[in-house]
Design a protein. Structure first.
Length: 342
């Protein structure tokens, strides 16, 4: 849903007087409600799949939706995602607003999880966090997946001493991660490896990145690209210095699937069944992050082995072929109450 700036800031202000979190207002429209009502009247719907937490609000506005089997796929612990953002936000007004939103999201998330028939979460960590919040809810863990035939490892010659970041910086969590890397990690790496090159893929490059790129020719801004694979395949190491957010990070799964050595943080690897030091590198301080990157750049054999084991992990646990079985099983269990099969 597109928002112009005036409408966006008006909604932010008006939401101060609503018990609902801002994200619900953002994704609710009467046009969409009418469309949903029309579909429910025209077709015999067996099950409703909500793919985002705020979309469940449509169920609260529809008697028909309330009577159908419902599944929510909660890709993140939403209140925790905003809470972590609030903790690292430096703007006092924005920080207060984010804390306020996290409280409203916490209440809404608890209510929603208890109202739907099944909540699908993407990791055991997310399940643990949400069970504490909504002990009466019914959870199923089905991880995010990867198309391993699309994101695959290729034996091509990598450019030496190259790093890559993937993620649009219009999204706050990505922007904060890029700023963290540029401010605290990049200076440590370039001091040790002067010819390092760091490529940044993603729309809306932040001002910090644009300024640093003018100062350092080592920083290359690629912006939005239609296909990240040719760029990722050629680099030495995939970096994901993520310091906020929640849920599993698709960018990390995709990089692992491509057999790239990945250096990330505990938050970046959250919810993925990795073994640090074996199929991924986890580093939570700037000094450790830089140290691990430098170590892998100086030891291509170790980096290659790390990437190969990362690919193996994805093939065994995160392929869509494996995950789709779990999804259909969840649907069938709910539909069996109505003696309907898919």
């Amino acid at each position: 849903i597109e928002f112009n700036r005036i409408k966006f800031y008006s909604l932010l202000f008006l939401n101060l007087f609503s018990p609902l979190p801002f994200t619900v207002h953002k994704y609710f429209t009467f046009k969409m409600k009418k469309t949903i009502d029309w579909i429910l009247n025209q077709y015999d719907i067996s099950l409703v799949h909500f793919d985002m937490l705020p979309l469940v609000y449509y169920m609260f506005c529809s008697k028909t939706l309330k009577q159908l089997p419902t599944v929510l796929v909660n890709h993140n612990v939403e209140y925790l995602r905003i809470l972590r953002w609030a903790k690292i936000e430096t703007n006092p007004l924005k920080k207060w607003y984010l804390y306020f939103q996290s409280l409203k999201l916490r209440l809404f998330e608890k209510k929603v999880c208890e109202k739907v028939d099944k909540v699908v979460v993407v990791s055991q960590i997310d399940k643990f966090q949400l069970q504490k919040l909504s002990p009466k809810a019914r959870f199923e863990v089905i991880p995010n997946g990867v198309d391993i035939s699309y994101f695959k490892s290729k034996s091509i010659l990598n450019f030496s001493n190259t790093l890559i970041w993937v993620g649009g910086m219009g999204e706050a969590h990505n922007r904060k991660s890029v700023e963290y890397f540029l401010k605290k990690i990049f200076p440590l790496i370039i001091n040790e490896i002067p010819d390092i090159k760091v490529f940044f893929i993603g729309a809306s490059p932040c001002s910090k990145l644009l300024n640093m790129a003018e100062k350092y020719p080592n920083i290359r801004i690629l912006g939005y690209v239609d296909d990240i694979r040719p760029h990722v395949q050629k680099i030495s190491i995939f970096i994901a210095p993520i310091i906020s957010g929640s849920g599993t990070k698709i960018k990390v799964l995709n990089a692992l699937a491509m057999g790239k050595p990945v250096v990330t943080t505990s938050i970046g690897a959250e919810g993925i069944d990795v073994t640090p030091g074996e199929n991924i590198i986890i580093a939570d301080t700037p000094e450790e992050f830089a140290e691990k990157v430098i170590e892998l750049l100086k030891n291509p054999k170790k980096a290659k082995e790390l990437g190969e084991k990362g690919r193996k992990l994805i093939e065994e646990k995160y392929s869509w072929d494996v995950i789709s079985v779990k999804i259909y099983k969840t649907y069938d269990e709910l539909l069996s109450k109505n003696k309907i099969s898919i």
